[in-house]
Design a protein around this ligand. Structure first.
Ligand code: HEM
Length: 482
C-alpha cells in the first residue's frame, strides 16, 4: 500500500517517539554481563543484520561474536545460541527457565490467542493440552493405528509416479509436488477424516495457504518491534490485512470440518480421526485441569497439525532426494538423519522466551528474552562434523547420535519440554516416503542436466520452515523387481 507524505511524516514522528522511549528503557535495563553483541542501529537494533536467510546470517555473526550472542530485534532482546554446548545449557540445564514462547502477533491471531500447543506460553494450559495430545494423538499406538492410511497414500504416490514413468519415460516428475501431496493427504485423512483431493484446497492453493500461514507465524510484525505505534505500521503496510486473510481461510476450513464431524447424520468412518478424538475429549471433559476445552482449542491444535505435520516431513524428503541426486553413489545407502543434519526443517527451532534469569557460558540471560537456537548452524559446525557441508550418510552408520533430543549436535526436533511431539509420526513418514521412492525407482537427472546443476538454494524470508527454493524435478525409472 502506498504511503503519502502526510502519513510518512506521522510515521516518522511516531518512530522517533518510539525510539526515544526505547532508548531510555534499554539503557536502564542494560547489564554488564550480557552476551557479546554486534553494533546496533537506532529503532531497529540488529534487525537489518538478519538478512533474507536469518539462520545463515546468524551463523556468520556467531563466528565473530560467539555461540551465545545478544541481539536487539527492535524492542525485543534476543539471544542466539550457536553451539551444541550452549544449546545443552539452555535446552537441558535451564529448560524450565527458558521454555515459554514469545507472544508474537502473527501467531496470536492464527492460534486463537495462543490456544494451541506450539505457541502457547509455558503454564498450566500448555502442560495440559500438550499432555492430552501426547497421550491421545501422538502416542506410538495412535501413530501405528494410522499406519494403513500412510501406506495407502504412499502407494498412491508410487502408482502415480509409475504411471508417469510409463507414459512419459524421459520427462521429469515434480517430486516437490508429489511429496507435498503425500504428506498433505496423510495429515488430512488422519486429522480431518477427509481426503486432500476434493477438499477446499487444490495443490497450489494449499501451498499458498501453508506458506502464507508459516510466513505470518515466523515473521516479526512492527507491533512487536516498535512499542505503542507498531500496529499502525502493520496496518499501513498491509500486514494486518494479509494476516486476517490467511486466518479466515484456515478458520473457515477448520470450522467446516469440525461442523461436519458434529453432524449427527455423518457416517462414522471405520477409524476415528483426530477431530473425533478431540471432540470426545470435549464431551467428556475428563482429565483437563486448567480450562474447559472448546472448538477453538480443537481448531488451534488442528493448525499445529496442519503446519507442523505437512511441510516438515515433505521438506525433509525433498532435501534428501536432492542430496541423493547429487551423489548417485550413495543413493542406495541413504539414511535420513543426514538430511536432518544439513537441512533441518526448522533451522532456528521455534522461538523460546526465558521465564527467569539464568546463565549460559557465564553470560546472564534476563527474563523475557527471546531465545533462538540455530540448529542449522550447529549441524554444520566444523568443530563437531568433519567435512560439515558434505552429505555423507555413512557418517551415521554405527554412530550413537540420534535425533531424539539428547544429542545436542543434532536437534532437528528440538529438545527439552518443547521438543516436537510429532517426532515419531514425522520420522515414520520421512523414512517410509524416502524408502519407497528409493526402492521402487532409479532416479536420474533430466537430460542435459549435471549433478552440479541441481539448485540447492534455500527459500528466503522469515518463515518457520526451511524449504528448497526451486521444485525438485527428477526422472524416475521403474525398478524391474519393484
Ligand atoms: C520431519 C518432521 C518434523 C520436524 C522436522 C519437526 C520439527 C519441529 C521442531 C524443530 C519443533 C520446535 C521444537 C523446539 O522448539 O524445541 C517442533 C515443534 C512442534 N511440532 Fe514438529 N516436526 C515434525 C513433524 C511434526 C508433526 C508430524 C506434527 C504433528 C502432526 C508436529 C507438531 C509439532 C508441535 C505441536 C510442536 C510444538 C511443541 C511445543 O511447543 O510444545 N511436528 N517440531
Amino acid at each position: 500500500m502506498a504511503i503519502d507524505a502526510h502519513q510518512a511524516l506521522l510515521l516518522f514522528l511516531f518512530l522517533l517517539l518510539t525510539w526515544l522511549l526505547m532508548k531510555t528503557r534499554i539503557f536502564k535495563k542494560q547489564n554488564k554481563n550480557r552476551p557479546p553483541s554486534p553494533p546496533k542501529l537506532p529503532f531497529i537494533g540488529n534487525l537489518h543484520q538478519l538478512g533474507s536467510l536469518p539462520h545463515q546470517s546468524l551463523w556468520q555473526l556467531s563466528k565473530k561474536y560467539g555461540p551465545v550472542m545478544h541481539l536487539q530485534l527492535g524492542k525485543m532482546p534476543t539471544v542466539v545460541i550457536s553451539s551444541a554446548e550452549a544449546a545443552k545449557e539452555v535446552l537441558k540445564t535451564h529448560d524450565l527457565d527458558s521454555c515459554s514462547r514469545p507472544p508474537l502477533q502473527g501467531a496470536r491471531r492464527l492460534t486463537y490467542n495462543y490456544q494451541d500447543i506450539a505457541f502457547s506460553p509455558y503454564g498450566e494450559y500448555w502442560r495440559e493440552i500438550r499432555k492430552i495430545c501426547v497421550v491421545k494423538l501422538f502416542s506410538v499406538k495412535r501413530v501405528q493405528s494410522y499406519e494403513s492410511i500412510r501406506e495407502e497414500e504412499i502407494t498412491n504416490m508410487i502408482n502415480s509416479i509409475s504411471h508417469h514413468a510409463l507414459s512419459s519415460p524421459s520427462s521429469p516428475v515434480d517430486l516437490t509436488e508429489k511429496l507435498f501431496a503425500l504428506t498433505a493427504s496423510f495429515i488430512f485423512r488422519m486429522a480431518f477424516g477427509t481426503s486432500f483431493e476434493g477438499s477446499d484446497f487444490n495443490h497450489n492453493k494449499f501451498n499458498e495457504v501453508v506458506h502464507a500461514a508459516e510466513a505470518t507465524m515466523g515473521s516479526f510484525s512492527a507491533a512487536e518491534i516498535f512499542p505503542f505505534v507498531g500496529w499502525i505500521v502493520d496496518w499501513l503496510s498491509g500486514l494486518n490485512q494479509k494476516r486476517e486473510k490467511v486466518f479466515h481461510e484456515l478458520d473457515g476450513f477448520f470450522q467446516r470440518v469440525v461442523d461436519e464431524h458434529l453432524n449427527p447424520r455423518r457416517t462414522k468412518p471405520q477409524q476415528e480421526d483426530i477431530i473425533d478424538v478431540l471432540l470426545k475429549i470435549i464431551k467428556e471433559q475428563s482429565g483437563f485441569g486448567a480450562a474447559m476445552l472448546t472448538e477453538k482449542n480443537i481448531k488451534a491444535v488442528l493448525l499445529n497439525m496442519f503446519l507442523g505435520g505437512v511441510d516438515t516431513s515433505a521438506i525433509t524428503v525433498i532435501w534428501a532426494m536432492a542430496e541423493l541426486a547429487k551423489k548417485p553413489s550413495v543413493m542406495k545407502k541413504a539414511q535420513e538423519e543426514e538430511t536432518f543434519r544439513l537441512h533441518p526443517a526448522g533451522p532456528l527451532l521455534l522461538p523460546r522466551e526465558s521465564i527467569s534469569q539464568f546463565k549460559v557460558n557465564g553470560y546472564e540471560i534476563q527474563p523475557k528474552t527471546l531465545i533462538q537456537v540455530n540448529v542449522w548452524g550447529i549441524g554444520r559446525d566444523p568443530k563437531i562434523w568433519s567435512d560439515p557441508e558434505e552429505f555423507i550418510p555413512e557418517r551415521f552408520v554405527d554412530s550413537p547420535i540420534d535425533v531424539k533430543g539428547q544429542h545436542f549436535e543434532l536437534l532437528p526436533f528440538g529438545s527439552g519440554r518443547r521438543i516436537c511431539p510429532g517426532i515419531y509420526m514425522g520420522t515414520r513418514t520421512v523414512e517410509h516416503g524416502l524408502a519407497n521412492l528409493l526402492y521402487n525407482f532409479d532416479w536420474e537427472l533430466p537430460s542435459g542436466m549435471k549433478e552440479e546443476d541441481i539448485n540447492m538454494e534455500e527459500s528466503t524470508g522469515l518463515s518457520l520452515s526451511l524449504s528448497k527454493k526451486t521444485p525438485l524435478k527428477l526422472v524416475s525409472k521403474k525398478h524391474l523387481f519393484a
